[in-house]
Design a protein around this ligand. Structure first.
Ligand SMILES: Nc1ncnc2c1ncn2[C@@H]1O[C@H](COP(=O)(O)OP(=O)(O)OP(=O)(O)O)[C@@H](O)[C@H]1O
Length: 221
């Protein structure tokens, strides 16, 4: 069953009275539980496609459905619970809140959702990625790899069905990148989530169930 479907997506930007076409007629379908990579060279439109698939931005034309719900047409009020409950994000540059400790960063989305056991669940996830002893550290006291493992926990705290990751190992050396990738895949499997990951790293693409390659804003293969 497909959890994510995109039909005939186009995206254009207007810059200085010029229209730039970034995506042209992109259609894809992602099965529940899959690990899918979106690859392509720099500037091919990978991040743009991810923002459309996750509802962070709207296509110029075309449709995105998450779990059968049309998100391209949804209002901000309709999108808010979807973003908090159904979707988790991992970014290249971690995006942790500097004034919050590791455990507070992880628990924050669950607190926003009104869950009383946010702190317990945050600590369980921390333990799962081997960072229990870092619970009370602030992001500035953590290495890049540790920050990204905290960000993985935060992305999963509300048990999302769909995880989006944009170059999650792009700021890490190969050893820490390997740890983050294997923990991301393990956590995705344990939670029964679906993972859509943007990367131009062929080693990551090799372990995916399916690879969609963008070239000049169009999907190849
Ligand atoms: N807000 C915007 N306004 C104008 N052009 C944009 C905007 N966002 C992206 N672009 C252009 O769209 C194209 C695709 O950008 P995008 O970031 O999606 O590529 P990418 O494949 O993720 O690249 P990279 O691997 O370098 O991150 C680029 O040419 C970029 O300059």
């Amino acid at each position: 069953m497909a959890i994510l479907q995109a039909y005939n997506l186009t995206k254009t930007y207007s810059v200085d009275h010029r229209v730039i076409s970034v995506l042209e007629d992109v259609s894809l379908s992602v099965e529940k539980g899959a690990f899918v990579v979106i690859s392509g060279s720099s500037g091919s439109g990978k991040t743009t496609l991810l923002t459309l698939l996750s509802g962070l931005d709207r296509p110029t034309s075309g449709q995105v459905l998450i779990d059968g719900q049309k998100i391209s047409a949804a209002s901000e009020e309709e999108l808010a619970p979807l973003r908090n409950r159904t979707i988790g994000f991992v970014f290249q540059s971690f995006h942790l809140v500097p004034s919050m400790t590791a455990v507070e960063n992880i628990g924050f989305p669950a607190e926003l959702a009104g869950d009383s056991d946010a702190d317990d669940r945050a600590r369980q996830l921390l333990s799962r990625v081997g960072l229990s002893d870092r619970a009370d550290n602030f992001p500035s006291q953590l290495s890049g790899g540790e920050k990204q493992r905290i960000a993985l926990c935060r992305a999963l705290i509300n048990r999302p069905k769909l995880l989006f990751a944009d170059e999650p190992t792009g700021n890490l050396d190969s050893e820490n990148g390997g740890i983050v990738l294997s923990q991301l895949i393990d956590l995705k499997n344990e939670h029964g989530a679906t993972l859509v990951l943007v990367t131009h790293n062929p080693e990551i693409a090799r372990v995916a169930d399916r690879v969609f390659t963008l070239a000049d804003g169009r999907l190849k293969g």
